[in-house]
Structure formats: structure tokens, C-alpha cells
Design a protein around this ligand. Structure first.
Ligand code: TRP
Ligand code: SF4
Length: 328
């Protein structure tokens, strides 16, 4: 039996979502919303931690990510969908938790150093960037979430969240719930250049791409590099197009391609157009739904408005317990 839990997760609004996001996080969220009390929010304040200098696109990105979520099947009648900055309780709890969080915990956080090194051209020696995980802990602890679906990269943040909760509970009284992580199993989603699909590589297929764009991206996608001429046999195991077949095609087609690629019976052009057809078929409902959401901004507003109200109610309850425990 599936026991209902309170599940919470967030994403930074940093541009349009791609197939990797869809097949990883979103498909998982969609399953979770069936049997759990889910909170999904857009972490727009977190986006400021690395993008504070240029905020011109932020509102657009928030809107885009919400449209992508809803079009992909996040159901606002089942899950509470909201925007972090609409619920100021996140900032208040962030402040209170920051009082009890040792700086050394934040400095030893592996993502702190890694990101500082990775992201060039921006000064990340800010108080807010160091405090990123405290804000994340506030996001989670405000809702007393039992489980947080995240990718591996977020594990240090979850661990810190638990440490902060434990410290709070032992200093004052046991108000906060230590959340478990729920590791998202990602199918391998490769980008058009054969590397992992990632926005920073510019090799993504986005949910918002049009049908001709998707077909064009597949056409120019790299295949088995050793298969130079049509008559050369190929090796599907090293081909990113084949990874898409594994996701989108039926088992009979997969088997057939596996064989016909190795014997050079099928050429890459035909192989790609087969997968393009199934991909387009499966993305079509998302495109439809995107279109209608884009045409109806009021609907989006209503969703985040009522999501924000519900989130506020839940977080005010926790915050009043927190304040009482701290005697303020
Ligand atoms: N740090 C997360 C990421 O970059 C986003 C995030 C912010 C989050 N607050 C959260 C995820 C709370 C889960 C729970 O992906
Ligand atoms: Fe890849 Fe298909 Fe070409 Fe084989 S036939 S190399 S699986 S694109």
C-alpha cells in the first residue's frame, strides 16, 4: 500500500525545461501527486543567489517554468503549485534559522565551492549565496515535508536541512520534521551532441520547441561516430539516438533497430525519423496544453494565487510554532 506523505520540491526558474527535466523530475512529480500531499514551488529567490546582477528575465522564467510544469501534467487540483516569493514566511524562517546555523556548516557544503569555481564571470562571494542552503532548509521545514524528491546533486542540501532541524529541535522544542530525500531515478537522457542533456551545453530539446525544431534537432543529432557512411555497420550502444528509442519506442522497434543498425540495414536518417515521429506524438499534448496556457494568463495567475494562499496557511502554522518554541 502506498502511504500518503507530505512531499515538497522546488526548481529554480532558469529558462525553459528540456526533455531531461521532463523525464527526470517532472514524470516523478506527476506520479507523486497521485497519492501524496504535494507542494511544488518555483524558487525565484534562490535564482537570485547566482543571478542577482541581471534580473530582467526572472519574471519571464518564472512564468515559463510554470507553463512547462502544468503542460507536462502537474495538476494544480492535486498539488499545491506556488511561487516562493509569494510566501514571505520563507524569508522569515530563513532569518530565524540563520541565527542557529554555524557558518562552518555552510562553508564546508560541497556545492558552495563547486559552483563558485564553475560559474565564471559572477561574484559569488555573497552572504546570500553562502546562505543558499539555509533558505532551502526554510523552504522544506516550513511545510514539515516528509520527503523531498531531488537529484543526487541536492543531497548535501538535504543533509544540512536535517542538521538544522535537529539543532533547532534540541535547542528549543521538537517542532521541525527531518525530511527524507527521495532520489529521482533519471533515465539516461542525452543531448543532441551525445553528451548529457544540459542547458549549459546548449544541446537540449525543450518542451517549448516546435515540431519542426524537434525534427531539425534530431536530424542534426550526432550518432555513432564510427558510422561514417551509410553502409558502415553501427553500434547503437554508443548512439544517443538509440537512447531516445529506448525511451520513446516500443520494444519491437527497439529490437529491430538494434539489429538493423549493427547490420547497416537501416540508415541513421530513417532511424532518426522513426524516433522523431514517436517523440512528436508524445509531445503533442504538451504543446497543445502550452498553447492554451499561454493564451490564458489569468488561469496561470489563479493557480499560483490559490497555491500561494494554501502554502501561506500551512507555513504560518509552522512559523507560529517556531516562534513559540523560540519564545519570540
Ligand atoms: N536547490 C534546488 C535546485 O537547485 C532548488 C530548491 C530550492 C529546492 N528549494 C528547494 C529543491 C526545496 C527541493 C526543496 O534544484
Ligand atoms: Fe544511431 Fe540509429 Fe544510426 Fe544506429 S542507425 S547509429 S542507432 S542513429
Amino acid at each position: 500500500m502506498v502511504v500518503s506523505q507530505r512531499v515538497l520540491s522546488g526548481m529554480q526558474p532558469s529558462g525553459r525545461l528540456h526533455l531531461g527535466n521532463l523525464l527526470g523530475a517532472l514524470e516523478n512529480w506527476k506520479k507523486l501527486q497521485e497519492h501524496n500531499e504535494c507542494f511544488f514551488f518555483v524558487a525565484d529567490w534562490h535564482a537570485l543567489s547566482t543571478n542577482y546582477e541581471d534580473t530582467r528575465q526572472l519574471k519571464t522564467f518564472v512564468r515559463e517554468i510554470l507553463i512547462d510544469w502544468l503542460a507536462a501534467g502537474i495538476n494544480p487540483d492535486r498539488a499545491t503549485v506556488f511561487i516562493q516569493s509569494h510566501v514571505p514566511e520563507h524569508a522569515i524562517l530563513n532569518l530565524l534559522l540563520s541565527m542557529i546555523t554555524p557558518v562552518s556548516w555552510l562553508e564546508r557544503n560541497p556545492t558552495y565551492k563547486e559552483k563558485q569555481e564553475q560559474i565564471e564571470g559572477r561574484d559569488l562571494h555573497t552572504y546570500g549565496f553562502l546562505g543558499y542552503p539555509v533558505l532551502q532548509a526554510a523552504d522544506i521545514l516550513l511545510y514539515k515535508a516528509d520527503a523531498v524528491p531531488v537529484g543526487k546533486d541536492q543531497l548535501p542540501h538535504l543533509e544540512l536541512t536535517r542538521e538544522i532541524a535537529r539543532r533547532f529541535n534540541s535547542l528549543y522544542s521538537p517542532v521541525l520534521v527531518e525530511p527524507k530525500e527521495m532520489l529521482t531515478q533519471f533515465p539516461k537522457v542525452m543531448g543532441t551532441d551525445g553528451r548529457k542533456m544540459s542547458k549549459s551545453y546548449g544541446n537540449t530539446i525543450n518542451l517549448s520547441d516546435s515540431e519542426p525544431e524537434v525534427r531539425q534537432k534530431l536530424k542534426t543529432m550526432v550518432t555513432d561516430p564510427a558510422r561514417v557512411r551509410r553502409k558502415d555497420p553501427g553500434n547503437p550502444e554508443v548512439c544517443a539516438v538509440f537512447d531516445f528509442h529506448k525511451i520513446y519506442s516500443g520494444s519491437d522497434v527497439i529490437k529491430q533497430i538494434d539489429k538493423e543498425c549493427r547490420t547497416a540495414e537501416i540508415g541513421c536518417i530513417d532511424c532518426k525519423s522513426l524516433v522523431a515521429n514517436t517523440m512528436v506524438e508524445q509531445l503533442a499534448p504538451i504543446w497543445e496544453s502550452r498553447k492554451s496556457l499561454e493564451a490564458n494568463p489569468k488561469r496561470l495567475e489563479d493557480i499560483v494565487q490559490s497555491g500561494g494562499e494554501h502554502a501561506t496557511k500551512v507555513s504560518q502554522q509552522t512559523l507560529s510554532e517556531v516562534k513559540e518554541a523560540m519564545k519570540i
